[in-house]
Design a protein around this ligand. Sequence first.
Ligand SMILES: C[S@@+](CC[C@H](N)C(=O)[O-])C[C@H]1O[C@@H](n2cnc3c(N)ncnc32)[C@H](O)[C@@H]1O
Length: 358
Amino acid sequence: MPRQHAVAWIAPADATDEANVLGAANATASRLELVIVETIRGRENASEAVAAARRHGTLIIPALEACLPGLANGADLIEAARRDNWRVLILDIGADSAAWSGTLVVDQFRELAAATGADVEFPVPPAKMLRRVSGVRGQEFFRASGFIDTGVYLAAVREVGGSVTEPGCAILEWGAGCGRMTRHLIAAAPDARITAVDIDTDALDWLRTNIPIHEVIATGIDPPLPFADQSFDVAIVHSVFTHLDSDAQDAWLTELARVARPDGTVLISTHGQAALRWHVEHPLVPMAGAIGAALPSLGFFFWRGEGWEEDFHDGYHTAFHEPSYIREHWAQWFEVLDVKPGALRGRQDLTVLRPLTI
Ligand SMILES: C[S@@+](CC[C@H](N)C(=O)[O-])C[C@H]1O[C@@H](n2cnc3c(N)ncnc32)[C@H](O)[C@@H]1O
């Protein structure tokens, strides 16, 4: 088969970054049997990059926000590639204009770009922390995605009759990282008592110094949490059960059921079918399509092939859940009030739980 040509467009912040972004572009090119014939550098060279993509067929962008300011511009670029019949692969957000992931990212970026209210007054963490919580280095993505996700969680609390606006309402954010959602929780529930916990002490130090939150506590990889039974009205967990194996998940479900009040609401995000498809199609993620096909019969699948242990701990990888598995398996600890496929920007599912009172 003749090899296809591609162009890489990079805009690194420094020399180390340049090696990383070029490395990512080359890894993708070789995985997809593309040959990079031209490298375009610099944010200011958008039209040159697009012209080269028209000539050669494919444009690879390792880090979108570094190249192209404005989330809506990212969506426009994918749509332009589709219209003019060239292909754009945006690696940090996993978009391939020639695949379904391109549509998902266009929808997501339009939603993010339209999110008014995402600018709260707090500072944004440094790039290496952003990467750990959102997989991308962009500040715009960090701000807008945290705002939208927080809104989805709070709407789900209201839907089941809960509230976070009562003075003293106790909210636990388990696996808060550097506060991508915490900053918006504080803005939405100023009278609540918010406790953020994580195992990442760097992220928590940053949070403690930069965000006026009631309590920030470093916890262990395994339970228990340092809280009495029935301490919280609402527990928010975003993108943590998406990374733990089934033993860890069961242990943490037990623990979250213990610390939540009997009439409280526990909200947990998971990777369902949409996330699975995105992983299979991601230009940089070497996940076989056969894994995706197996999930409906397995119910739960833990995939160790992405290298996350370099950034987190040995047991931190990528988990996928079928809603039917959640409804059945999690019913040991909770009444499963709702499972909302793709509720979080089309990517993660959201499950709404109430602890069982035995
Ligand atoms: C993908 S990040 C999500 C962070 C945050 N919830 C958000 O949505 O931006 C996953 C987070 O889970 C944390 N984490 C992983 N295992 C954990 C554990 N056993 N206990 C608490 N936090 C954990 C990581 O340190 C990281 O901050």
